[in-house]
Write a new protein. Structure first.
Length: 175
């Protein structure tokens, strides 16, 4: 589990709205993953410095974001060389970008627990040692097994598309 309380909050709104509370984003992430059909995109950095983005299956569990990637995928190879990444998602009433470092989770108990969470959302994932397997995944995921990654949150930006409106940047401890 991670400490998921911001160390600072900065209002980005130009229309007089108050800063958004981090608890709003956190509550929607907790309520809607994995059961709501959300599309998460992870942005990583290629070895030559160019960006790479890909859709990922992500879940918010115990105040942390987890996602998967096949070991041969560009995102996994990029994260192995440079863990810095950003993940974006459109939530109910809030567009959210999460930034930080993603590291592979190899603890078999954590992998098994996350497989359970993915199953509860409809993806029939199974833990096989320190990786996940399933009869299917996204066509771009490559063949199983798939690695599990956890984002260490450093910064988040939320822009509300429903009342109360606003735009806010939250900074988190560097660990």
């Amino acid at each position: 589990m991670t400490d998921c309380e911001p160390t600072s909050t900065r209002n980005l709104d130009r229309y007089g709205n108050a800063p958004l509370p981090w608890s709003r984003a956190r509550a929607v992430l907790a309520a809607d993953t994995p059961t709501v059909d959300l599309t998460f995109f992870v942005a990583t950095v290629r070895p030559d410095g160019r960006p790479h983005s890909a859709g990922v299956g992500a879940v918010w569990v115990d105040d942390a974001l987890y996602f998967v990637g096949g070991p041969g995928t560009r995102r996994s190879r990029n994260l192995e060389a440079n863990p810095a990444c950003g993940i974006s998602v459109r939530l109910r009433g809030l567009d959210l970008v999460l930034e930080g470092d993603a590291h592979r989770i190899t603890d078999v108990d954590t992998v098994a627990r996350l497989a359970e969470v993915y199953r509860s959302g409809g993806w029939p994932a199974e833990a096989t040692g320190d990786a996940l397997t399933a009869p299917f995944s996204a066509p771009s995921a490559g063949p199983p097994p798939w690695h599990l990654y956890q984002l260490t949150l450093r910064r988040a930006v939320g822009v509300a598309s429903e009342e109360p409106h606003g735009a806010t940047c939250w900074e988190f401890a560097r660990g």
